[in-house]
Design a protein around this ligand. Structure first.
Ligand SMILES: NCc1[nH]cc(CCC(=O)O)c1CC(=O)O
Length: 312
């Protein structure tokens, strides 16, 4: 059996593809990696929230899944929209890396906690809004592009520090530039952060799907990600909405803490729920409903009308 692996060409995407390839090869499966460029890789001069959040990094991969050029598409789980088209499914989630965000700088003495003012580069509405909420003395500048591009911009002095996912920083071996690990209960990650999601066409053979599940899926991570993704889907939040959630598993129960923050950081709502690991989606939906009722609905509406008027 041979599995054709589709991936974007950035270094982080390739790391993920090689990681998946390695797991498959250790299981005795032959593999081939096929590079695919996406809209998100091509358009670098506009904020992601303005390109339109849905499928910016995934659409071209799904085209190749549909046509059978590739058997699986490898994504950072957090870049994969919560609502997939009916002809696609996620066949596996790999074991999650530490999910937290980190402050990255050449000056590793920098700290958000110090009260000192400096400039942080990020293009994530979640990170900007959380910074405004907890650390209003920090200035932010929009910083798009892959990790290498952002680090180059940091080097050029376009900002003093970057706010990034630990998972990506660690995988690219930039650990020596980590100035601070941020708290999970302030910088709660984006849904899925730190895990790799394996997408396939529903029509892929049952034989291949079962091999993929066996060699790639990490069940505890899957339970957590199903919880988080159900939460995100209920909120209809794409990657440009400042929504956050992290689920954790303790024996047979899942806890999920998630919320939403207004773009200006003024309002932040967070809720936590615990339930049976046997019903992850129900728990995620229940948390979303609770959040919507507690003011989340109004905040979401404000964010959506704001982003609409921002369109170029
Ligand atoms: N949105 C880009 C992206 N997608 C996945 C990661 C990091 C690795 C991961 O969470 O799997 C990053 C960079 C970042 O947010 O710092």
């Amino acid at each position: 059996m041979k599995i054709k692996i589709g991936t974007r060409g950035s270094k982080l995407a390739l790391w993920q593809a090689y990681y998946v390839e390695d797991l498959l090869q250790k299981g005795g499966i032959e593999t081939e990696i096929i590079l695919i460029e996406t809209k998100g890789d091509k358009i670098l001069d506009r904020a992601l929230s303005k390109i339109g959040s849905k499928g910016v990094f995934t659409e071209e991969l799904e085209d190749q899944l549909r046509s059978g050029v590739i058997d699986i598409a490898v994504h950072s789980a957090k870049d994969l929209q919560s609502q997939l088209d009916d002809d696609f499914e996620i066949v596996a989630f790999t074991q999650r890396e530490h999910a937290n965000d980190v402050l990255v700088s050449h000056d590793t003495t920098l700290s958000l906690k110090s009260g000192e003012s400096f400039t942080v580069g990020t293009s994530s509405t979640r990170r900007v809004a959380i910074l405004k909420h907890f650390y209003p003395h920090i200035k932010t500048v929009d910083m798009r592009g892959n990790l290498q591009t952002r680090l180059r911009k940091l080097e050029e002095g376009q900002c003093d520090a970057l706010l990034l996912a630990y998972a990506g920083v660690h995988r690219m071996e930039y650990d020596d530039k980590i100035a601070e690990h941020l708290l999970l209960d302030e910088f709660t990650p984006a849904v899925g952060q730190g895990s790799v999601a394996i997408e396939c066409a529903v029509s892929l053979s049952a034989e291949k799907k079962s091999v993929l599940k066996e060699l790639l899926n990490h069940t505890p991570t899957e339970t957590c990600l199903l919880t988080e993704r159900a939460f995100l889907k209920r909120l209809q939040g794409g990657c440009s909405i400042p929504v956050f959630a992290l689920a954790t598993l303790h024996e047979d129960s899942v806890s999920i803490s998630g919320g939403i923050v207004s773009l200006d950081g003024a309002e932040l709502i967070r809720k936590t729920e615990t339930g049976s690991a046997a019903f992850p989606q129900e728990l995620g939906i229940s948390l979303a409903d609770e959040l919507l009722q507690a003011g989340g609905e109004r905040i979401l509406k404000e964010i959506r009308s704001n982003q609409q008027t921002d369109q170029p």
